[in-house]
Design a protein around this ligand. Sequence first.
Ligand SMILES: Cc1ncc(COP(=O)(O)O)c(C=O)c1O
Length: 353
Amino acid sequence: MSDLAALGGTPIRTEPYPAWPVYDERDIQAVTDVIKSGRWGGYPYPGPQTAEFARRFAEMQGGGYAVPMANGTVTMEVALRVMNIGWGDEVLVPAYTFQATAAAVMSAGAIPVIVDVDVQTYCMDPIAASHAITPQTKAIIPVHLGAEMSDMDAIMELANQNNLVVIEDCAHAHGAKWRGNGAGTIGHFGSFSLQSSKTLTTGEGGVLLCRTPEFAERAASLIDCGRPHDKAEKNYTMGANYRMTELQAALGNVGLERFPEQANQRETMAAYMDEALSEIPGVRILKRDARHTTRSFYQYVFAIDPEVFKVNNAVICYALEKEGIPCDVEYEAMHHYHLFLDYQHNRKQNFLL
Ligand SMILES: Cc1ncc(COP(=O)(O)O)c(C=O)c1O
């Protein structure tokens, strides 16, 4: 035991992990070109870099009409607004996610209803979701968390039966596929974040994949200060400036060139982790659903059994950090947030975590 770095021993790894985001001459050139062009911002929307990014992003994900935006939170707010979901409406979100999933619902004026997750994947449990539906429920936001995907067959069936809009939160799922279909192309919308930590990044940024060109036109109006983007429409709608800039899009276009090789590398490393961790008693690697045909890896998530380790996950993370291995206990489950406590308590729900 005393060999652990946390107890004064020598760390297993002293070599730092590679810095992120990565860049090379292509990024520098792309940004330089935009600077020299004089067209830095997002107006008129979309600029040439942004239009190219939208086309190539949808191509990579395998479908949909892409509308690049300022980040991966407003993407979800805009998707709700496109469908006129707002005041008094309820939107199902999973308990285990970054708070942005619920915050976007509140920004649209609707109420996030927190639904428990499946312990095998930590993604929304479709059965718990079915129990949370009320006459006010208008949409459901499954989050594809870490390296997992929500059970999109069950979610879509539930949504179809109850006439709900599905917005996939794909902030962690660039390149992921479910039975060969790209994450974000299965529901009505797919919301992607391009924030600095994400596997495809433009520093800040987001993309909304829309199922129809009409949804995409309305989304483009909402993020472009309400300007009409439908050729037949002459009137402004209520909107704001959530445009992506040309500088961001230029980085995105180079990032897309790099992405396939990085995705392969992540898959190789994750397969190694799956094998190595499955030999350690008390460690549970998450279920690989056969329908999740292409994995993406924002985070490599695994569970530990505190009974076996005799300590909790915070202590294990601390010990791993001391060994030179980055580790995080990650999100606080959302029903613990003060922000949501009153409402959730009133609904008297029980949660797994
Ligand atoms: C699951 C999830 N949804 C949404 C977001 C929001 O993305 P952004 O920071 O681009 O607004 C994040 C960001 O980390 C996230 O992890």
